[in-house]
Design a protein around this ligand. Structure first.
Ligand SMILES: [Zn+2]
Length: 442
């Protein structure tokens, strides 16, 4: 019989719209939750939560692990020059070692700040290095290989579609049976992929039951360029090539027309909301309350470190809640709905709502403990208000994924943080040397 772990003396918050179970316990066996409630039990391993909040692990559905090592390089710039002049040349300069350091750094930051599962968009090469790195950390995730068959202004990053899908075959051979990680397919966005590339990506993913992931309608300039090229609004165009549906995550959806919103609702397409990145790149404010009103599944993500600069879901929850209020009034997007996006919404997007997003029997034990004694949350007792407006991510005292403790009282259990910091600095220098200095302007 596998080892049992008991979390006791916790304020157990099973899901965003349920009440707290005071002095609650959670029993874990074989990586899954087997009992939740007020009960006493003797387990092999006992974790005294000391009155901490025990809540579902946070789920980020739009991040770029490959970009974490670019943090702080391209600041205070609009989207298209930011992409063409900095992000794509840097992605093209990655080798497996720099990519590994970047992915590990992203995982460390996510684990530290309470994210237990994610969906990422990587670059057009070396995605194997990302799988290797994430597997070592113990996080759960959908790692999407990026497809770009048009250079979008930086030729070295583009890949022939056939070669890109052949590489996906290799990744599927190696990682297709992994318990915690999945491959996804990510044609980058309408301006860096031909229609043929996007159609073939959809066909490939659907034949194999993989998730699809792209960027959509982040900025007005992008929407206008797509209209000039195709005669269609961006979401209409993505729909025409197959990129809508419950297996598709569209990052941003900031600028959408009423008929495009209807299309998103009719096709049950997933919206991936990245409020901090939308503010920093001056993209705008996505109409999230309107999407939720239409029944759309919305989830949250930090996007990449160069446009945020953190991968901190607590920050994203706070931003998501606050930015709607000047637009629609103080009642807009209440805190519990924000927590639901950051947990259950993410689980739906990852198609793992039977496995994560709430603390229920049979689900994976993806649990975070959040300190209730920080002076910035005392004396409030409402968990949603605390989590969205009060807590900062350093209040996370423990992160558990699939029943395994990955972070406890300041220490990582699967990552050597000192070695990672040193290696990241070395790899960043090497990466910049390889990068195109003319385009980078460094
Ligand atoms: Zn992105």
């Amino acid at each position: 019989m596998s080892k049992e772990t008991l979390i006791k003396n916790a304020r157990v918050w099973p899901s965003a719209h349920r009440d707290i179970i005071e002095d609650g316990s959670i029993l874990i066996r074989g990586g899954r939750i087997v009992k939740v409630g007020q009960f006493r039990y003797r387990a092999d391993v006992e974790i005294d939560a000391g009155g901490a909040l025990a809540m579902p692990g946070l789920i980020q559905t739009h991040v770029h692990l490959c970009q974490t090592i670019f943090r702080g390089i391209a600041e205070d710039m609009p989207l298209l020059p930011w992409l063409r002049n900095y992000i794509w040349p840097l992605e093209a300069a990655h080798d497996p070692r720099s990519l590994r350091a970047s992915a590990l750094l992203a995982c460390a930051e996510m684990i530290r700040s309470g994210t237990t599962a994610f969906m990422s968009m990587e670059t057009t090469r070396h995605t194997r290095a990302v799988f290797d790195a994430v597997a070592e950390t113990g996080l759960m995730g959908v790692i999407c290989h990026c497809l770009m068959d048009e250079s979008g202004g930086y030729p070295p990053i583009a890949e022939d579609t056939r070669d890109a899908l052949a590489y996906c075959d290799v990744l599927l051979d190696e990682w297709g049976d992994h318990d915690l990680l999945e491959l996804g397919v990510a044609p980058r966005f309408a301006l860096s992929c031909t229609a043929d590339n996007m159609r073939r990506a959809c066909e490939y993913a659907r034949d194999r039951g993989l998730l699809l992931h792209t960027h959509a309608s982040e900025q007005l300039e992008e929407v206008q360029l797509v209209r000039e090229r195709t005669g269609l609004y961006n979401i209409e165009y993505l729909h025409s090539v197959g990129l809508t549906g419950p297996d598709v995550g569209l990052a941003h959806c900031v600028h959408t027309e009423p008929h495009e919103r209807e299309l998103l609702a009719e096709t049950d397409t997933r919206v991936l909301h990245c409020p901090s990145a939308n503010l920093k790149l001056a993209s705008g404010i996505a109409p999230i309350p309107e999407y939720l009103e239409m029944g759309l599944a919305v989830s949250l993500g930090a996007d990449g470190a160069p446009c945020n600069n953190r991968l901190d879901q607590f920050m994203e929850m706070r931003e998501a809640g606050l930015i709607q209020k000047p637009r629609l009034g103080a009642e807009a997007l209440p805190a519990r709905d924000v927590v639901a996006m950051a947990t259950e919404g993410g689980a739906r997007t990852l198609r793992r709502d039977h496995e994560m997003g709430t603390l229920d029997v049979g689900k994976r034990a993806n649990i975070i403990l959040v300190d209730q004694d920080s002076v910035h949350v005392v004396p409030s007792t409402d968990p949603a208000a605390n989590v969205v407006y009060g807590h900062i991510s350093s209040d996370v005292s423990m992160t558990i994924v699939n029943g395994r403790i990955l972070f406890e009282d300041g220490d990582f259990t699967t990552i050597d943080a000192d070695a990672l910091r040193a290696e990241t600095r070395v790899q960043r220098k090497e990466l910049l040397k390889r990068g195109d200095k003319v385009l980078l302007g460094v």
